[in-house]
Design a protein around this ligand. Structure first.
Ligand code: ASP
Length: 588
């Protein structure tokens, strides 16, 4: 046994015991003839003391220890004279009788403590050292706890965890595939799954009516801040269910996770909002409902007084930033520049300030009387001290811009406390999305999503307006402005699936080539089924009160999709290239 106790375990009650600890030297300092060492393992930090008057050999070893040396130390637990209330072991220290150096360490490139002095790139390169730091240990411990809660809950509900293959054929989630060349099948490629979607549906056909898997998925997308090329989903599917059954089951899972992993009670039942209401009121299909500041349409109110910008707009909408009337000219100019950034894309920003002295000031004073401005303020329930921000343009685009502005103002006003949780379901998504550019419909979710039964009549219509009206039997789980998961009731009837491919402009040959296996399977008694998947990395980050998922993944990739620690991706040698029948077109 290398140790009798961990570095996080000893308390005053252990006073007088002789113990052996093992761990890493975080810090060593000499003070008044004594050497003090902070010894760390994943359970905590314990202070070791070596008296200068002790055995000279022991003193010599103690003084030779560098940062991150791995040692084993035996000694007696003493009450500390100067206690450290910040750590659980802060009332005791170990008076060391014996030190055994288990391994030396070269000097680490950054400090391995709660807050490190190392920059992000350096820490990524030495991820195994960064992982020794408590914040990352806490993140991975939370991830582990959540995974256990998920398994316990789903097992209790009769779900079976079944693995599906990684070397497959393209899946229909709409991103680019990562591909793997096949040596045994020259010129042919596997695709890595963007999700196990088709396999879990085949498992339903196979009769495994409650399936889940905590599974890696791969999508070759340009990486935005919190995306990873490989990420983990809690992937689930159920047979003989309707939307209501799926929502109830997974609300239950979320409730157990919140309760048992972070001690939070979420509402029962969870709120539900239609996609249309989410867009109209929050300008987002993943609304953050921790705060109000809802979007109001004021198109009719502002048109017809000769302000051509508003007169020619399809839609004019506004939000009320409460208490922001003191925004200076400079701050308003800055905000105007902010909404004009390509990430937001607005053409300009109109404001109405309800000054503390009762007067109203607006960037469009010229066109509107104070009474007219007051009427707009009343429509937004704005009061003295508030600031109304107005955008205009095409309806959905402008709502989305207002949604982005709302989140920004929510951040600026401190309305988005990461430790407050406001989950909800978004339902009634449109089934199809028209792309002007490509002149065709795309599936908003994926092509296996069923239309709502009451909208089937429009689904079989040839009119674009009818097809645009069809709602999907789909749902998203949203938390604090992030989509944590989504899914749908699936099409389980081969004819309806054929119609879907037709609507999406996927011809019979292409459908057969890409999805023949599932179309065939559906001819053999496919049960009604549906499911969903949660993004597990993001679930972990949000439960941990963080925005970025990287800390919750042991070995993540950077924004260029690189693992800088193992230096991948990298070239392969010519022999491997030849074996795989590959030729590179990259110019050296
Ligand atoms: N496969 C879907 C996704 O990855 C989730 C689902 O429909 O179950 O988004």
């Amino acid at each position: 046994m290398y140790r009798s106790k961990t570095c996080g375990e000893l308390r005053l009650a252990d006073k007088g015991k002789t113990v052996t600890l093992a761990g890493w030297v975080q810090k060593s300092r000499k003070l008044g003839g004594m050497t003090f060492i902070d010894l760390r393992d994943r359970y905590g930090i314990t202070q070791l003391v070596i008296d200068g008057a002790a055995d000279p050999q022991l003193v010599e070893i103690a003084e030779s220890l560098g940062r991150e040396f791995v040692i084993q130390a035996t000694g007696e637990v003493l009450e500390r004279q100067s206690k450290n209330p910040k750590i659980p072991t802060g009332e005791i220290e170990i008076k060391v009788q014996k030190i055994n150096i288990l391994n030396k360490s070269v000097t680490p490139p950054f400090t391995i403590e709660e807050n490190s002095d190392g920059g992000e790139d350096l820490r990524a390169k030495y991820r195994y050292l960064d992982l020794r730091r408590p914040p990352l240990q806490r993140a991975l411990a939370l991830r582990h706890r959540l995974a256990q809660e998920i398994r316990t809950y789903l097992d209790g509900e009769g779900f079976m965890e079944i693995e599906t293959p990684y070397l497959i054929k393209s899946t229909p989630e709409g991103a680019r595939d990562f591909v793997v060349p096949s040596r045994m099948n020259p010129g042919q490629f596997y695709a890595l799954p963007q999700s196990p979607q088709t396999f879990k549906q085949l498992l339903m056909v196979a009769g495994y009516d409650r399936y889940f898997q905590i599974v890696r998925c791969f999508r070759d997308e340009d990486l935005r801040a919190d995306r990873q090329p490989e990420f983990t989903q809690i992937d689930c599917e159920m047979a003989f269910v309707e939307q209501e059954d799926v929502l109830k089951t997974f609300e239950g899972m979320m409730r157990a996770m919140f309760k048992n992993a972070v001690g939070v009670d979420i509402p029962n039942p969870l709120p539900r909002m239609s996609w249309y209401d989410a867009m109209d009121n929050y300008g987002s299909d993943k609304p953050d409902i921790r705060f109000g500041m809802k979007i109001h349409e004021i198109t009719k109110q502002v048109q017809g007084v000769g302000f051509s910008v508003f007169d020619s707009a399809e839609y004019v909408g506004a939000i009320n930033a409460e208490g922001c009337a003191e925004y200076t000219r400079k701050q308003l100019d800055e905000l105007t520049e902010w909404v004009k950034r390509p990430q937001v894309g607005a053409k300009g920003l109109v404001y109405i300030k309800l000054n503390p002295d009762g007067s109203i000031k607006s960037s469009v004073d010229k066109f509107y009387t104070p009474e007219q401005l007051k009427a707009i303020a009343d429509a937004l329930e704005a009061k003295t001290g508030d600031l109304i921000l107005v955008l205009c343009g095409p309806k959905r685009k402008t709502q989305t811009q207002l949604g982005v502005l709302r989140i920004e103002m929510g951040n600026r006003l401190g309305l988005r406390d990461p430790h407050v949780f406001a989950p909800l379901w978004i339902v009634d998504f449109p089934l199809l999305e028209w792309s002007e550019e490509d002149g065709r419909f795309y599936a908003m979710h994926h092509p296996f999503t069923a239309p709502k039964p009451e909208h089937e009549k429009w689904f079989y219509s040839d009119k674009k307006e009818d097809l645009e009206r069809v709602c999907a039997n789909a749902y998203d789980f949203v938390l604090n402005g992030s989509e944590l998961g989504g899914g749908s009731i699936r099409i389980h009837n081969a004819d309806m699936q054929k119609r879907m491919f037709e609507v999406l402009g996927i011809g019979p040959e292409e459908a057969e080539y890409k999805f023949g296996f599932i179309i065939h399977a559906f001819q053999y008694g496919a049960p009604p089924h549906g499911g969903l998947a949660f993004g597990f990395d993001r679930v972990c980050a949000l439960f941990g009160g963080q925005e970025t998922i990287r800390d919750y993944i042991a070995f993540p990739k950077n924004n260029q999709g690189r693992d800088v620690m193992i230096d991948s991706p990298s070239k392969i040698d010519q022999v491997q290239m030849d074996e795989l029948f590959l030729a590179s077109t990259v110019k050296e």
